[in-house]
Design a protein around this ligand. Structure first.
Ligand SMILES: [Zn+2]
Length: 336
């Protein structure tokens, strides 16, 4: 009131206005300096689409060191939460500034760019691994469901899962209860060797129940695989024994369990109980294993076993001498 009553008051206002203009000018200089800085973040801060009032913007979102000029109507149309804020009896309803404490400026900028869209901002903001977490957090909090949250979920579904991104995607999927995304991540993790899994999951940092989950699912997939593989392996071995017999190659066959090159009972069951069957497989292995003959200094011969299963050069195909052991170990591994 005083400002309208006297020349002195008017002068005060003018000085105040001048100071304000000066301070804006100073700010602009600071912004200019920031713009010249090499930091992308500062440059973004200087230029972003919402840093100045535009198109009758009527409300300002205020972060710690950043302001965003937006429109009540557009925010209300996109977010039921903002709509409620503007309609509420809280002081935010009429205030020109709405504080958004503890929000990340880059996240809020991408969020607003998505809300407004390229028709207003002249720039398409794509959902990426870098901004998806912030976009989901804000669109969940402010219930911008169709326009931002759902596309973020689709992004997580479609994004190829890799060693590098799987834990971040899985954490988001778990937090927002996205079952399919979680399953896709687990499928990748199940297929990892223990070494890769340890690096990816970071066993030393992960909670005990998660560690148990990852290790259990890996063990389960290996056990399932072994259970399917083993009968195939035994079947192939039985087939080889039969071919050996058909080819009239010599072998000391187990008199109890073999006739005409065929086992009377399951081979792996025989191996468990019959020493003759074990010896027979041992002899099959040693007679097929590639050997190189050498001589000791006193001219007695010795044989070096080559670590090969046969190739085009050696033209030999062989069993390993551990064959009986491998069969027995399977029974021990899967016994209980
Ligand atoms: Zn036998």
């Amino acid at each position: 009131m005083a400002s309208n009553n006297s020349g002195e008051g008017a002068e005060t206002v003018e000085i105040a206005e001048l100071n304000a203009i000066k301070s804006i000018t100073n700010d602009e200089i600071i912004v200019e300096k920031a713009g010249a800085d090499s930091s992308d973040e500062k440059r973004e801060k200087a230029r972003h689409h919402f840093s100045e009032p535009w198109e009758d913007s009527d409300v300002i979102l205020v972060l710690e060191n950043e302001t965003f000029h937006v429109h009540r109507l557009i925010m209300s149309m996109n977010s039921p939460v903002f709509k409620a804020i503007f309609k509420s009896q809280f002081k935010e309803a009429t205030a020109n500034e709405i504080p958004l404490p503890e929000k990340n400026a880059k996240g809020v900028l991408d969020f607003l760019m998505k809300i407004y869209g390229p028709q207003y901002t002249k720039k398409e903001v794509k959902i990426t691994m870098e901004n998806v977490e912030q976009l989901m957090q804000l669109s969940d909090e402010y219930q911008v469901t169709e326009h931002i949250f759902k596309p973020c979920v689709e992004f997580l579904e479609d994004e190829p899962k890799t060693k590098e991104n799987v834990m971040k995607i899985r954490a988001l999927a778990e937090f927002y209860d996205l079952e399919k995304v979680c399953q896709d991540c687990d499928e990748l993790l199940r297929g990892m060797t223990l070494g890769t899994l340890s690096e990816t999951v970071q066993f030393e940092n992960v909670e005990k129940d998660k560690l148990q989950h990852f290790l259990t699912q890996r063990i389960k997939v290996l056990e399932d695989y072994l259970e399917k593989l083993y009968p195939q392996f035994i079947g192939l071995l039985e087939c080889c024994l039969w071919l050996w017999h058909e080819n009239k190659r010599s072998l000391e066959w187990c008199p109890t369990h073999f006739s005409r090159g065929k086992v009377d009972y399951n081979l792996d069951k025989c191996i468990k109980v019959c020493n003759d069957c074990r010896k027979m497989l041992g002899r099959l292995a040693s007679s097929t294993f590639p050997r190189i003959k050498g001589y000791y200094t006193d001219n007695t011969p010795y044989y070096n076993f080559q670590n090969t299963y046969g190739n085009a050069i050696s033209n030999r195909h062989s069993f390993d001498k551990c064959l009986p052991d491998i069969i027995q170990r399977y029974s021990q591994l899967m016994a209980l």
